[in-house]
Ligand binder design. Sequence first.
Ligand SMILES: [Zn+2]
Ligand SMILES: [Zn+2]
Length: 241
Amino acid sequence: MPKVADNIFFVPGQDEFIPDAHVYVIGDPATKDLSVIDAGLMGKGAYKVKAIRELGIDSAAIKRIIMTHTHLDHIGCLAEIMQQIPGVELWVHRLEAEQLEKGDERTIHGMEMFRQMCQMQYGLKPGQFTFQVQRKLEGGEKLEIGGMTWEVLHIPGHSMGCIALYHRSTKTLIPGDVVYADYAIGRFDLYGADAAALKKSLFTLAELEVDTLLPGHNRIATKLPANYILQTAKQWEPYLT
Ligand SMILES: [Zn+2]
Ligand SMILES: [Zn+2]
């Protein structure tokens, strides 16, 4: 399902022994003001850019990459994609943007065991994930981009700078790894995670009317049942203290 709805495009992740985040492209291609949401795992940049081009999208129309958060499975191929799209901006929540600018990789790897494992598997070098961030998001913004209005919500808990993007008129939510289809939620044991904050974030998302859920992994859902996120939040509430 490459096109989820008008002006919302989907490039599925190609999971390996660790997952590869889905990528979404949002905006009316005619505006030449498109946004890519998230990047993916190391080595997946060429696949993601090729898949975007195969959707008929001119990569020169992509003006920014907006990160839902900066875990390795989302940011691993960010540099690969940025190399192929000259001049593209990077927009990240301030809390994780400040880490990226300092080269603080604790959120990226989440735990020391993963850092060591990925360093061996992918030959990662210290400093590889240092980025300048052109726009630091706070949550509460209404982004007028690509002929659409996307609301930014700061929903910490899975990591400290998680954001969701919400398109109110089509009831479409891009929540990163905070909530998935199939009543699952993101893990809350990694660096910067906070179970109580995740609970609050889930109940914040539950207040939105959501028909289409476009999460960072696994299946995407259209025609969600009413109160899907509320039910998910209530199911997980006892574990989120
Ligand atoms: Zn994550
Ligand atoms: Zn993820």
